[in-house]
Design a protein around this ligand. Structure first.
Ligand code: ADP
Length: 375
């Protein structure tokens, strides 16, 4: 049974904000995604007011759940702390300018992303996603970030894989981030990248129990309450899968593009297709598909064996009309360097694997230019 945005808005009319006005008139709602009985949106308020808004959020969720046909309602409270005094009602996000002087990226009216603010100082945020875990998404995200660095870009990496942050292991970083004078978290620096991970803040096993709205709140903080400085690109290592948490994330993070990592096996290609559909649903340009563990490369003689029915991702990308960004072999050097906290692009910059990641980075950079030009 499908549910319309209008039904959701009608149900929300009865919900009041802490300011006493109706929620639908308070200029705080993101666009609403409704369909297949699943409803998602966020309420954007000032961080200082967030506690007071929790009752409103809960009432909104209850009102939406009561609509016949709604099977899932997920409403996140997103808060962003702004410098200076908090205005009672923030102006529409699309009209705000950023500290770095960039014109905000505008999504079409009604798009789930139309109310997102860019992050001051960051020119482009891109997501690295995969349909399922274990395909090498995090390894690819880190080496891709290093490849972009090698192209002369200033790059940050945000490990948003809240259910199993692996960036501490992949980089060897374990320190807790310091706080800056304006109480922002200072990202850790390694390999010339600015790096932030939920794994720096909490124990890995605690991250497992996080629920949707909490994930969004933690993520919003990691995006907006971190002293990222000026970056050309922030690479976001997304949680694996294409479930509700990922969709909410894709809606709430101001993404310029997404990269999908897949292995050649059929199953993960099906999952990759879901990933593609998810980003299309929220109007994020898909920069392309990377085939990881594409073929086996013998560590002794260098011979290549296509043990997984290689070429599936390239073929799939052609069929789906998205760029194919490149293929990365299954190679012991990639695994050991990754697991020792010395990613291959940093530890063997002149080797063949670093060259592959750099070529992919270059394709991503070019795709990003096109996506930004087309926006
Ligand atoms: P995900 O983020 O998708 O869960 P990871 O990046 O953590 O996956 O990778 C899972 C495992 O696969 C890790 O041990 C990693 O070192 C290994 N791995 C990733 N890519 C490759 C590759 N191209 N060749 C060999 N091992 C790889």
């Amino acid at each position: 049974m499908s549910v319309t945005q209008q039904q959701v808005l009608d149900a929300l009319k009865q919900v009041k904000t802490p300011r006493g006005v109706a929620l639908v008139d308070a200029n705080v709602l993101s666009a609403i995604t409704a369909g297949d009985g699943k409803v998602f949106f966020s309420i954007n308020v000032e961080a200082t007011e967030a506690r007071a808004w929790e009752t409103t959020r809960a009432q909104a969720e209850a009102a939406v759940r009561a609509i016949p046909g709604v099977t899932l309602a997920m409403i996140a409270l997103t808060a962003e702390r702004k410098a200076g005094a908090a205005p009672a009602a923030p102006p529409p996000r699309a009209a705000q300018s950023t500290a770095a002087g960039h014109r905000p990226h505008q999504h079409p009216p009604g798009s789930p992303m139309s109310r997102q603010a860019e992050i001051p100082g960051i020119s482009a945020v891109i997501a690295v996603a995969s349909g399922k875990g274990g395909v090498g998404k995090s390894t690819t995200a880190l080496n891709l970030a290093l490849g972009l660095r090698d192209l002369g870009l200033k790059v940050g990496l945000l490990d948003a894989d809240i259910y199993g942050p692996s960036v501490p292991r992949l980089t060897g970083l374990r320190d807790k981030p310091a706080l800056s004078a304006d109480r922002k978290m200072v990202p850790l620096e390694r390999f010339g990248l600015s790096i932030m991970s939920i794994g720096f803040l909490i124990e890995e096993d605690r991250a497992m129990v996080w629920r949707g709205p909490m994930v969004m709140q933690a993520l919003t903080q990691m995006l907006r309450e971190v002293a990222w400085g000026t970056l050309d690109v922030l690479v976001v290592d997304m949680p694996p899968g294409t479930g509700d948490a990922q969709l909410t994330l894709a809606q709430n993070v101001p993404l310029k593009g997404a990269v999908i990592v897949s292995t050649p096996q059929d199953l993960s290609l099906i999952d990759a297709r879901r990933g593609l559909a998810m980003f299309r649903q929220v109007n994020v340009p898909v920069l392309g598909i990377i085939e990881n563990m594409s073929y086996f490369q013998c560590p002794h003689c260098g011979t290549r064996s296509d043990i997984f029915g290689h070429g599936g991702a390239r073929h799939e990308a052609e069929k789906l009309g998205v760029p194919f960004l490149g293929e990365i072999p299954l190679h012991i050097e990639i695994r050991t360097t990754s697991d020792e906290g010395k990613p291959v692009v940093a530890s063997a910059p002149d080797g063949p694997h670093a060259a592959i990641y750099r070529a992919i980075a270059s394709a991503v950079r070019d795709g990003l230019k096109d996506a930004v030009a087309a926006a």
